[in-house]
Design a protein around this ligand. Structure first.
Ligand code: SF4
Length: 260
């Protein structure tokens, strides 16, 4: 990553800033983008089965972003108390045109109430950038300002295959609040072929309790081979249910290599 000057263990925690690359999934797939990845998550998602070892040698299981989600990696994150430090780092890799800015994690909405986080978002909106926030959609947030309507919330709501409890992963109130506030916001679900029947049932239950919005299905997998194995079944489910299919290009092309 491009390093920010660490000041203290508090405030914004940046795991990595990288790009320009393309957005690999969801509604803005294919758009040239710079990613700002925040550290820390309110979930662990050990059901996703990605095994890893923490810096102190503890073996764990989580998602493919474990290095950003698990606080055990905090020493490799950079604390930041001024959003302009992040802007400066982004400027070093920004091409001569405006890319999308993708705010991801971990769970970036853990920082929603941080003044510097809001300043960062507003800076990019005011300067004509398109911002996507990749979130699990489980945390209550206040949406107050008109400029916040320009943020695209890409909500990767977790199903039972994540291993998280229903109470923790589904917050229909916050999903409703975000969809009502930002029309373009959408849900996406990562599923594999063996989980399809259960996924259909669980997605239906979620959608009954929230306003209409676009739904994308994406194939589970952290390698191109596993994505290949799951994609046809997921496409067929999307066609059957009237959802959209999104590939996961970054995994298909780069096998989930970091920083591209
Ligand atoms: S919510 Fe997302 S980032 Fe957090 S542990 Fe689950 S999959 Fe990983």
């Amino acid at each position: 990553m491009k390093h920010l000057k660490a000041k203290a263990w508090c405030m914004l925690q940046i795991n990595e800033i990288f790009g320009p690359t393309i957005q690999g999934e969801g509604k803005r797939i294919g758009n040239p983008s710079i990613f700002i990845r925040f550290g820390k998550c309110n979930m662990t998602c050990d059901g996703f089965g990605v095994e890893y070892e923490t810096p102190s040698g503890i073996k764990k299981c989580s998602c493919d972003s474990f290095y950003a989600a698990d606080i055990a990696f905090k020493d490799s994150w950079q604390a930041c108390d001024d959003f302009m430090q992040i802007v400066d780092e982004v400027n070093k890799i920004l091409p001569s045109y405006k890319t999308d800015i993708v705010i991801t994690g971990g769970e970036p909405l853990l920082y929603w109430d941080d003044e510097q986080f809001q300043k960062l978002l507003k800076y990019y909106i005011d300067n004509g950038f398109h911002i996507t926030i990749e979130t699990n959609g489980s945390l209550d947030i206040d949406l107050i300002y008109n400029w916040q309507k320009k943020i695209l919330f890409s909500m990767s709501v977790k199903l039972s295959n994540s291993g998280e409890s229903l109470k923790k992963r589904i917050n229909t109130q916050v999903l409703t609040h975000i969809i009502d506030f930002v029309d373009e916001s959408y849900l996406k679900f990562v599923i594999d072929k063996d989980f399809l029947p259960k996924a259909k049932e669980e997605i239906n239950i979620i959608l009954k309790d929230i306003p209409p919005c676009e739904v994308y299905l994406m194939p589970l997998g952290d390698t191109a081979q596993i994505i290949d194995e799951n994609s046809l079944a997921v496409i067929e489910m999307a066609i059957e249910c009237g959802y959209k299919y999104s590939d996961r290009l970054h995994i298909r092309v780069w096998n989930n290599k970091r920083g591209v």
